[in-house]
Design a protein around this ligand. Structure first.
Ligand code: NAP
Ligand code: MG
Length: 497
């Protein structure tokens, strides 16, 4: 597979040959059943390619290969500095192929090529590189025991890890699992979302080329109920790193309890509050952040600031600015480098978002802009950025994760009410607050029940800080050294003097 290095992105897309098979035990292969499913380009509604529909029997093969690789020690017992070398090579190969990978990502999920190139790819490449560089700096402990006893507390890889990921940032989400899980010495089976398998399938070969032994990285595309469930219930899978909806996260806990109590790490949904207090001295900046926080990636973001919680005195001035930005943000062809807003991932997801919008209207909230499908003539699944005002936090519009470009504005009176509304949700992934009063900011940062809090900014992050949720947004953390906790176990080793 390759992609030419000149011509428009549309030309390059036409010349691209796309791999749709699973990658198991070091080679590409069809599902054992021979079944495939159609992978649709959300920007055109047309079929891009057929993809292997892996099922329990393919998962069985992948787990066997992963287990065999793990037990052989070919990866797990390799010196960390050697694993580092191979993972750095992996990230370099991803970088060499970044245009091809960005194009695959754009075609697969309707994401603007510019965003894929400048956002998703650097994020994924940087993540693999970060964990490669971290793994030979991860020390154990010596416990303060007694003169005649030594206890070493050592970290060990957990074994066979399944990574089950969603479609909104396919490569990036996969990398957040692969980076720490592979660096730690585990064997991994990656199950991409049915809507977005292409980059996962492609990087498996790059991993092999970098030197990952067969069985250490397997990719099984397929459906959640078949391939995903088979991984969740497998007796020989030791841990699952999951990113996706809260509903499916709960299923993984059930699968674990009904099988081998495998470790589960969950990064689930959100309904993040974005608070703007009346003393905010940068309404333009806040408006830009509010808009970016809900319209970026067409709102298909787990930590999207989907609830704008604003004090009455500045509400109209802020909304005027947010609505102006929303109207300027026009969805367009993802392969046009000027496009900043792409398609919704699928026809089903577009229908779901439009249903939420209709329900919001029925509940009595008011649409200030957007609310409808656009560019239907392209065959793609595009939607205009949508702003609701007069939302009550009790409405479904304010409680349910929409995962689309839909902002719900709730008016409050003072910080205490803002915090009460912010926390009144089953989720706790992220929260933001704009204020120039340091005391209010600090009070909020302590009171907000969320795994990430942004003060006078929104959606900031890099590999150095952990990411993950409170409450029904999940548990365990991606990114930073804390991510190793999901993929490693502690062992206490006692030696008598
Ligand atoms: P999803 O439906 O929960 O799917 C996530 C993954 O689970 C997919 O690979 C899916 O496979 C699989 N799956 C679905 N049903 C399953 C089942 N019954 N058993 C086992 N596996 C199953 O989520 P999504 O629609 O792809 O993504 C959107 C959700 O992800 C949102 O709720 C969003 O908030 C969340 N998310 C969270 C974060 C975070 O870091 N907290 C980041 C991104 C997204 P198939 O798709 O192939 O069926
Ligand atoms: Mg697709």
């Amino acid at each position: 597979m390759n992609v030419s290095t000149s011509g428009s992105w549309a030309d390059r897309a036409r010349q691209l040959s796309i791999e749709g098979r699973a990658f198991i035990d070091g080679s590409y292969r069809a599902a054992l059943s021979g079944k495939t499913f159609a992978n649709v380009n959300p920007a055109t509604g047309r079929v891009l390619t057929e993809v292997a529909a892996c099922d329990a029997e393919d998962v069985e093969l992948a787990v066997r290969s992963a287990r065999q690789a793990f037990e052989s020690g070919v990866w797990a017992r390799m010196a960390p500095v050697e694993r580092k070398r191979i993972l750095l090579k992996f990230s370099e190969l991803m970088s060499t192929h970044r245009e091809e990978l960005a194009l695959l990502e754009s075609l697969d999920v309707g994401k603007p090529i510019t965003n894929a190139l400048n956002g998703d790819l650097p994020s994924a490449i940087g993540c693999i590189q970060w964990y490669a560089e971290a793994i030979d700096k991860l020390y154990g402990e010596v416990a303060p025991t007694a003169p005649d006893l030594t206890a070493m507390v050592v970290r060990e890889p957990i074994g066979v890890v399944a990574a089950v990921v969603p479609w909104n940032y396919p490569l990036s989400m996969a990398s957040w699992k692969l980076g720490p899980a592979l660096a730690a010495g585990n064997s991994v089976i990656l199950k991409p979302a049915e809507q977005s398998p292409l980059t996962a399938i492609r990087i498996a070969a790059l991993g092999m080329e970098a030197g990952l032994p067969p069985g250490v990285l397997n990719v099984v595309p397929g459906f959640g109920e078949t391939a995903g469930q088979a991984l969740g219930r497998h007796m020989d899978v030791d841990a699952v790193g999951f990113t996706g909806s809260t509903e499916v996260g709960k299923l993984f806990m059930r699968y674990s309890g009904e099988s081998n109590i495998k470790r589960i790490g969950l990064e689930c949904g959100g309904k993040s509050p974005h608070i703007v207090l009346a003393d905010c001295d940068d309404l333009d900046g806040a408006a830009r952040a509010v808009a970016a926080g809900i319209f970026g990636n067409v709102g298909q973001v787990c930590n999207a600031g989907s609830r704008l919680i604003v004090e009455e005195p500045i509400r109209d001035a802020l909304l005027e600015r947010v609505v102006a930005i929303a109207r300027e943000l026009k969805p367009g062809d993802p392969l046009d480098p000027a496009t900043r807003l792409g398609a919704i991932v699928s026809s089903a997801q577009l229908s779901s978002v439009l249903q939420h919008v209709q329900r919001g209207k029925d509940e009595g909230a008011r649409v200030l802009t957007g609310g409808e499908r656009v560019l239907a003539e392209t065959g793609g699944f595009f939607m205009a950025p949508t702003v609701f005002d007069r939302v009550d936090n009790g409405m479904r519009l304010a409680q349910e994760e929409i995962f689309g470009p839909v902002l719900a504005t709730i008016t409050v009176d003072g910080l205490d009410q803002a915090l009460a509304v912010a926390n009144n949700t089953i989720y706790g992934l992220a929260a933001g607050i704009w204020t120039r009063d340091i005391r209010k900011a600090q009070k909020a940062s302590k009171a907000l029940r969320a795994g990430v809090v942004w003060i006078n900014c929104f959606d900031k992050g890099n590999m150095s800080a952990p990411f993950g949720g409170f409450k029904q947004s999940g548990f365990g953390r991606d990114k930073s050294m804390h991510a190793f906790d999901k993929y490693m176990d502690w062992k206490a080793v006692w030696t008598a003097a």
